[in-house]
Design a protein around this ligand. Sequence first.
Ligand code: AHM
Ligand code: MG
Length: 335
Amino acid sequence: MSQRNQTLGEFIIENQASFKYTSGELSRLINSIRLAAKVVNHEVNKAGLVDILGAAGDTNIQGEDQQKLDVYANEKFIQTMTNRNIVCGIASEEEDDFITINSQDENHQNKYVVLIDPLDGSSNIDVNVSVGTIFSVFRRVTPVGSPVQMEDFLQKGINQVAAGYIIYGTSTMLVYTTGDGVNGFTLNPAIGSYYLSHPNMQFPEDGRIYSVNEGNYIHFPQGIKDYIKYCQKEEGDRPYTSRYIGSLVSDFHRNMIKGGIYMYPKSSKASNGKLRLLYECNPMAFLAEQANGKASDGFNRILEIEPTELHQRVPFICGSKNMVEKAEEFMRNSQ
Ligand code: AHM
Ligand code: MG
């Protein structure tokens, strides 16, 4: 049920009972993400003003330069969730290993682990283009009270209990699901509250936007090349429109509202593509399915992929159902 002027805080309280585990722990977790997001938002918004731009000099596990804001966002999200003592473990795209929380305290009862990409698309910061935070939440599989283990994080996406993103765009939004549809909240920066602005978000079944880094075309598998040519062909409602921001959260968000497909396929240079299963693809796939969309690696449902390592990459095709199915058809036919 959506109400006029309903805040995220009110929405969380009102909907807590509909969540099947209802201990209030997940609500507190979403609350802490909302809080950290406000702090990060403040910093992202003044990125052009202060000397926080540029590479921090560190290199993350994927061998990429870290921007300073990546480091900042990583610290803020980890700090907020750790200080409030509401999760038992965190894995971040910016950290080599997962973080165990409260392992010294035998009485800690926290059940959830969070996987997070604190600032996705950060190469866009220097040019004032939208970036995002992506998060994914699982119930731990090892016994409550013991230190978390790798298996708590290496779960299939289908086991997610919540997922979402924050988009730091022309306005800042928090979009999330706890498995009962997708809702979007817009931050009113004057008051510091998020308001329910996009209740029950849904991908249109069909769309006319395709989002892919076409500069890599020559390296793409034949099925993807064929699908791109299909998108460009003059027939029916085609050619489609090409839109690629290079910021997954922003491309996904636009496609969910307008109808479209996002693709980061494997290539002859990167055999599993670029995006990470646990920090990027699983949460976006959960959101997509909850919003009547679809997410695939070209052949398999993303949410059913068995993860084998924290920083694993997978090819990613996601968006309006009929468009993703068409792309899969081209993949199959090219085999
Ligand atoms: P990042 O986690 O290093 O920011 O990389 C993820 C980003 C996505 O947001 C975006 O869709 C993609 O990388 C763009 O990659 P490319 O520049 O290769 O097209
Ligand atoms: Mg990322």
